[in-house]
Design a protein around this ligand. Structure first.
Ligand code: FAD
Length: 552
């Protein structure tokens, strides 16, 4: 097997100028990016993968619970007559009225074949008594979540894809951070600018660029996401003229491991622990989810996170910042959940003997760059897949374990769309891409952004808090050139914070992950629609008119 990683160190200090080295530049080496790159290579395209970190650093490797998919008989019979239609129905229910039915049908329907191809590329899932083992997570009406290494599914998916990329000789340029798109005079994307590890700028020219840059959990103080999750791809897309949507719907995972004063990435306690029987308790030992939802501890994530938040606020003094997850009744816990077990022990909790302290944390971006299920954005030459994209699968709240599946399906379809667009001759000539000037954009201090977003724009928002957060951002942002990795990331977080605050303030209802304490009801008459955001000519994210944009 050849090593797919281009030696980034050897390039440090050189000014990259790769003219037409690839038909497709894929930004990101998680499940969506590598799946797209492999499919593109199968279709005979020259593909270059670029990642701002090491090849395996992304949200993908941290995924625990698994991949939601209805098995097809060959790999084990579906659970109790489970069907693709039932999986789609659960997805739509979790999405709280904002899923795109066509996207749900396409992506969920393509799931079994996509998982079969992933297994063909070497990913190994845990075996059960007949075929693959399956678990159940919140919002699922059946046991349909396949997993690997117990609770290390993402690590296995990433391992298999990185190995397959190596076997196919796909080059991966590590530690190069994409900044902006090159665009032609007609507005088509024709490459990207990058910063190498030393911050030296370079240019990668290609007729097609696929964003597979993941989410933006780092917008908040506590998140399950690693450091890379700063939303760079959304900011790049907005600056390139694309639309984003559903940005106000940030899913908070109900249970990350609580440690006092934790900041940044917090270890996740996968939902599958509740799927195997663990229950949430408050400080007094009372069940948190009793009477809240028919599925109790396995209610959809938005419901569980909001219930925990309410229960914490009701604690004496209203200052409690965690509840407990009692998993002591699960036999074989350490074998089934080795990652969670190790994280608990490292934090001083023995989950076999005592309840695990847990709290909600920012976990998944339901919104993103507006695309079809083929990854096409509204900008010629720009595609997006995975968590950075908004296909309409997740609506206002993602169903657990649907995102790896989306990355697998849409990653492949995006590569096929690029191949089709290349063959049809609709993409720009790379040499026509104009290098963007050294624009200055608003950049706020990251700590300040995370602090106000956690305080005013997490679970439980109201008009006054959202306005206060906006004022803090406006006051603390200063215009900076995008000359360093830090500036690019902080500019993206600032822009996304502004976009999220605008969308959350306008949406005067509660739906899915968006909970307004001053508008607690769901208002289908007014709000059963997505909000689109684009950049104004002055570079501010603004709500777009769906009619004018030609999309509802
Ligand atoms: C703790 C945790 C547990 C999870 N559990 C599950 C689960 O059980 N099941 C499930 O379906 N989903 C789960 N998810 C969600 C799922 O892991 C992600 O949605 C999915 O892996 C995203 O894949 P991706 O390919 O879109 O992006 P990522 O895997 O996040 O990869 C993003 C890539 O983009 C690169 N990048 C970012 N910005 C730039 C830039 N400016 N220039 C160049 N490269 C850039 C990064 O370096 C990285 O390579 C979990 C997430 C977390 C954090």
């Amino acid at each position: 097997m050849s090593d797919p990683v281009i030696d980034a160190e050897a390039k440090t200090g050189q000014n990259l100028q790769w003219e037409a080295a690839a038909d497709l530049v894929v930004l990101g080496s998680g499940v969506a990016g590598l799946t797209a790159a492999l499919r593109a290579r199968e279709l005979g395209l020259r593909v270059l993968v670029v990642t701002k970190a090491a090849v395996a650093d992304g949200n993908t490797r941290w995924a625990q619970g698994g991949v939601a998919v209805v098995l097809d008989g060959e790999h084990g019979e579906p659970d109790q007559g489970d069907t693709v239609a039932a999986h789609a129905a659960d997805t739509v229910t979790a999405g709280a009225g904002l899923c795109d039915d066509d996207a749900v049908g396409t992506i969920i329907g393509a799931g079994p074949a996509a998982v079969a191809r992933l297994r063909g590329r070497g990913a190994e899932f845990d075996a059960g008594s007949s075929g693959l083992a399956r678990t159940r997570e919140g919002g699922h009406s059946a046991f349909r979540v396949i997993h690997a290494g117990g609770d290390a599914t993402g690590a296995e998916v990433e391992r298999a894809l990185v190995a397959a990329a190596g076997e196919h000789g796909i080059p991966v340029l590590e530690r190069h951070l994409a900044v902006d798109a090159l665009r032609t005079a007609a507005g088509a994307v024709a490459g990207v600018t990058v910063l190498d590890p030393a911050g030296v700028p370079g240019v990668l020219r290609a007729p097609a660029v696929l964003l597979a840059t993941g989410g933006f959990g780092q917008l908040y103080q506590a998140t399950s996401n690693p450091e890379i999750a700063t939303g760079d791809g959304l900011a790049l897309a907005l600056r390139a003229g694309a639309l984003i949507a559903d940005i106000e719907f940030v899913q908070f995972h109900p249970t990350v491991l609580y440690t006092p004063g934790a900041r940044g990435r917090c270890p996740l306690v996968t939902e599958a622990v509740r799927g195997e029987g663990a229950v949430l308790l408050d400080g007094a030992g009372e069940r948190v989810m009793t009477g809240v939802h028919p599925l109790a501890d396995l209610a959809p994530r938005d419901v569980v996170s909001a219930a925990i938040t309410r229960r914490m606020a009701q604690a004496p003094g209203g200052v409690d910042d965690h509840v407990f997850l009692d998993a002591t009744g699960i036999s074989g816990f350490a074998r089934r959940f080795p990652t969670v077990h190790a994280a608990c022990l490292a934090a001083g909790t023995d989950p076999l003997r005592e309840p695990i302290p847990v709290t909600p944390a920012a976990h998944f971006a339901c919104g993103g760059v507006v695309t079809g299920t083929d990854g096409r954005t509204g900008v010629t030459g720009l595609y997006a897949a995975g968590e950075v994209a908004r296909t309409g699968l997740h609506g206002a709240n993602r169903l657990a374990s649907n995102s790896l599946l989306e990355g697998l399906v849409v990653g492949e379809r995006a590569a096929e769309a690029v191949a089709a667009d290349l063959a049809a001759g609709v993409l720009a000539k790379p040499r026509h891409g104009l290098t963007p000037g050294a624009a200055c954009v608003p950049v706020a201090d990251r700590d300040a952004v995370q602090r106000v977003m956690s305080r005013y724009a997490a679970i439980g928002r109201d008009a006054d808090g959202l306005a206060a957060a906006g004022s803090v951002l406006d006051l603390s942002a200063v215009d900076c050139p995008l000359w360093t990795h830090e500036a690019v990331e902080d500019a993206a977080l600032t822009m996304l914070a502004q976009a999220l605050l605008a969308a959350a303030a306008r949406r005067t209802e509660s739906r899915g992950c968006h909970v307004r304490t001053d508008a607690p009801e769901r208002d289908d008459a007014t709000w059963r629609r997505s909000q689109l955001i684009r950049l104004s000519p002055s570079g501010q994210p603004v709500l777009a008119d769906p009619v004018l944009e030609g999309a509802a």
